[in-house]
Structures are given as C-alpha cells and as structure tokens.
Design a protein around this ligand. Structure first.
Ligand code: HEM
Length: 484
C-alpha cells in the first residue's frame, strides 16, 4: 500500500520535541494512559521518543487488533535488551512473527504447556505447595510475609518443572535466583535510550549503565542454563520424571535433518527457559498475592471461599488438584482478581507488520501496539461498579478470560495470547485453595481492613506488583495437614 497523506492517523496528545510523549507515562503507565485515553479516545497514537505506539483502551478496539487484524499486527518489536537475553529472538514471547516462531509456538502448545504435560507435573505442584504450607504453619499466630512465601512457591515450582530438581537439591541459591529473574524482567521491560532517541541515545545507554546491566544479567542466566543443560547431558544420568529440559533435548534430537543439522539448538532451549521464568514466576505469584489482599480486605468473601474449600476437602488435610473442579467460588475470586489486577496490565507490545485500519484510523507497519487490558477491565461501559472487588459478578455470566471476551483479557488473545493459561490457572488455584483451607487469616495487631495498602507498583516491568508486601497472621485450621 502506498503511503498516502490523506490516511487519517489516530488522535495524539501533544508531544514535546525529542522525547515525544515519554513524560506522560509516569510511574504507572497503564493508569496514566487510561486517563489520557478518556480525552483522546480508545485508539490513540503516542510517540515514545521516535517510536510510534498505538494505545488501545476499549474492548471493541482490542477485538480489532487481536481478532480482525491479528495477522497484520502479531509481530513483536525488536528491542535490544530483549534481543540479547533471548539469544537474538530465539524465544517464543519476544520473537518477531516468522515461520520459526510458528514452529516454536507449536512446540510450546503441543509439547511443553499442553494440559497433559502440565498434569504430569502435578506431583511437583502438590509437593511444593505442601512444603510452603508447612513453613507457614511453623509461624502460625505470627505475622507472615505472604508476598515472600508466594513468590518462593511459584519460583520453586517453575525451577523444578524446568530443571527437574528443587532448590534443596541444587547449589543454586533461591534468593539469588529471584534476584536474577527480577533483573531480567526489569531490563527486558525497559526501552533503551538508543531505541527511543535517534543519534545520541546509545550514549545515554552507555552512561547510565543500561548496556552493562543487560550483559550482566545475560551472562548469569546463560551460565545457569548451561550448567543445568550440561547436567542433563551427563552420561548415566537417571531421571524418574521428564522435565522441560528433557523434553526439549528429545525434540532437539528428533529434529536433526538428513544433513545432521538441528534447527533447535541449546540456545533455543535456553531462550525458551528464559520465557518460562519471565512468564510464569511473577504472573502467578502476583495473582495470588492480589487475591489474598482483596480477601483480607473483605472478610465475608474470605469466609465464603473458605467455607467452600473446607466443605469440599473436609478432613482430608490439604487440597489436591482433583478438588479444584468443585471450587466454583474460588475460581470466581481469581477471575475477579484477574480483572482488577491483571498481572500484565498492558500485554506484551505487538508490532504491526502491514497496513490496517482500526476505528477508521490508519495504522502503518512498524507501529508498536499496546493493549491496556487494565483500563478495559475497569471501564464502566462493560462493568458495573468496576472499581469494586465483587466475585459474585461472574455468577451466571459467561465472560471468561480465554481471549474470546475482549472486556477481560488478562492472558491476552489471538496468535500471541498466553500459551500457558492452563499452567497458570491450575497453579494459582491450588495455591490459593490451600492458603484458604489450611489457615484462617487475621490482620496484624492494630491493623484493620482499610489499612491494607492496595497501591500498585510497575517498576518498569511488564508486570504489576503490589507496592508493599502483604503481611497477615495465619491461624492453623483444625484439620490442616499440609504435607500429608
Ligand atoms: C497467571 C499466570 C499468567 C498470566 C496472567 C499470563 C499472562 C500473559 C500475557 C498477558 C501474555 C501476553 C499475551 C499477548 O501479548 O496477547 C502472555 C504471554 C506468554 N506467556 Fe503467559 N501468563 C501466565 C502464566 C504463564 C506461564 C505459567 C507461562 C510458562 C510457563 C507463560 C508463558 C508465556 C509465553 C511463552 C508467552 C508469549 C506468547 C507469544 O508471544 O507467543 N505464561 N502471558
């Protein structure tokens, strides 16, 4: 299509020279952009330095992107830090749209994150959840940092699913591991100055240490992944259960062509491992932390969820995955949390591959596209009392989060939607159900419900955290036997 001057562009807020609209993002971009969209509309065009970015803030416009024009805009921007961390886009989350990405995505959907594979890791989830419940019950009646415990759990589960061993069985320190995942998230979530500013941005990157930070994180991740892959390749290694590295090494072997070339190499495996750590640890943890914070603020909802889970599990001692189907209220609590606190509030940026129109506006190739699912899920046009946490809104309501209902998109949608939705939901349901079954939760001395700090913190990451840790006092339930 020829670039015509009469192609109408989406409305844009006024911008400053050089930095464009960067100064309007603020500490919480999803929130600042939600306010801006009230003035400029659900489809607006910003400029972050030199990068044109389309901000989408309505369900109708999200449908235009994720369904009607999915193919025209399902690439990802090539950002330098992400490129370095992903071995030059050998991963699935950040790889531009290509035949390679389609093949790898197929492997993820069919082999790595399929329901069958995820079910095969049930024993890991149940064992790790049991051990965290044990550790919480040892501090029964004292305030517990719920945020820390929940992060420890999601990290341990993914570590073991991916690497086939737990922190206990490895020389890798848990705290060091979290720091590394967090650092990787931060550098991956930030634009470099070079990307935003023509000609001189690279100088800023060098001066402010951005490049050095990326290299440091890359070096540490690469060393960890290499070490674990080497362990898997040691002759005589015995394993009682296939982990993600085993599966990928098997695929690597099977893909060797008649000339001895494998299109899947160790770097591809490392890039996918990176996606698993960045995609799974924080998202699942944040969902459960926000859910616990909301329930602690609303004791009647907490009690209702506890009555349900205790009614189903009775004196069994702990919740197992076979119980989850019966926990309808718990599922509504998590759905409502995904609405109010989507762990990835603006999805992962897409990039337009070809020209397309949306709401009568023209979008050019190479435009970045950000869908503000946080804003959509709080829009009174789609939700009654949208700021209120009210799980009952989902009774007799067919809206779900699988990417077909554009007013609720916590896992994204279309070709680039989250391929691990099942893994995410089964992990978070099991964890929340056990927290609610095993303990009653009370507020630390001197605090009341209104004192729970619900402020958000984005910290340049893709995910949305709770600004302060959640501290609650667990009182062990009579029948709880977490490690039974
Ligand atoms: C509650 C948990 C989770 C939430 C809320 C979540 C959310 C998301 C979102 C919003 C996206 C971007 C979708 C888009 O751009 O349209 C995404 C993509 C992705 N997620 Fe998840 N996720 C979760 C769990 C997981 C887990 C457990 C894994 C892997 C172990 C994972 C791996 C990925 C990958 C690889 C992508 C990139 C897909 C692509 O670009 O083709 N996620 N996720």
């Amino acid at each position: 299509v020829k670039k015509e001057h009469n192609y109408k562009l989406p409305p844009s807020p006024p911008r400053l020279p050089i930095i464009g609209n960067l100064h309007q993002l603020g500490e919480l971009p999803h929130s600042s952009l939600s306010q801006l969209s009230r003035k400029y509309g659900p489809v607006m065009l910003l400029h972050l330095g030199r990068i044109p970015v389309l901000i989408v803030s309505s369900a109708e416009a999200a449908k235009e992107v994720l369904k009607v024009n999915d193919l025209a805009c399902c690439s990802r921007p090539r950002l330098a830090a992400v490129g370095r961390l992903s071995y030059n886009y050998l991963d699935v989350a950040f790889a531009p749209y290509s035949e390679y990405w389609r093949e790898l995505r197929k492997i993820c959907v069919l082999e790595l994150f399929s329901v069958k594979r995820v079910k095969s890791f049930r024993f890991i989830r149940e064992a790790e959840v049991g051990s965290i419940m044990e550790s919480i019950s040892s501090s029964s009646t004292h305030p517990v940092n719920v945020t820390e415990k929940v992060f420890a759990l999601t990290g341990s589960i993914i570590f073991r699913i991916a690497f086939g061993k737990s922190f206990q069985g490895s020389e890798y320190d848990r705290a060091k591991f979290y720091e590394l995942v967090h650092d990787a998230e931060t550098v991956a979530g930030a634009f470099s100055s070079d990307e935003c500013f023509p000609r001189f941005g690279w100088i800023i990157d060098r001066l402010n240490g951005h490049n050095g930070r990326v290299e440091k994180v890359f070096g540490q991740l690469d060393a960890l992944f290499q070490q674990v892959i080497d362990e898997h390749l040691k002759p005589g290694r015995t394993q009682d259960h296939e982990d993600i590295i085993d599966v990928m090494l098997k695929i690597e072997k099977e893909q060797i062509d008649e000339h001895g070339h494998a299109w899947l190499t160790k770097n591809h495996i490392k890039a996918v491992l990176l996606n698993m750590f960045l995609g799974a640890v924080d998202t699942s943890a944040l969902l459960v932390i926000w859910a616990m914070a909301e329930l602690a603020r609303k004791p009647t909802f907490m009690k209702k969820a506890q009555d349900e889970v205790r009614g189903v599990v009775r004196k069994k001692g702990r919740v197992t995955e076979t119980d989850l189907d019966q926990l309808q209220y718990l599922k509504m609590v998590l759905k409502e949390t995904l609405r109010l606190h989507p762990p990835v509030p603006m999805l992962i940026a897409r990039e337009a591959i070809s020209h397309f129109n949306i709401n009568g506006y023209h979008i050019y190739p190479n435009t970045l596209i950000q869908i503000n699912v946080w804003a959509i899920a709080r829009d009174p046009k789609y939700w009654e009392n949208p700021q209120e946490f009210f799980p009952e809104r989902f009774i007799d309501n067919a809206v779900d989060f699988k990417g077909q209902h554009f007013e609720l998109l916590p896992f994204g949608g279309g070709r680039r939607g989250c391929p691990a939705l099942y893994m995410g939901t089964v992990t978070t349901e099991l964890l929340l159900a056990n927290l609610l079954y095993c303990f009653d939760w009370v507020l630390p001395d001197g605090m009341n419900e209104a004192d729970i700090n619900m402020e958000e913190w984005a910290g340049k990451c893709l995910t949305l955290s709770k600004k302060t840790p959640l501290l609650l006092v667990p009182i062990k339930y009579l029948h709880a036997q977490p490690s039974a």
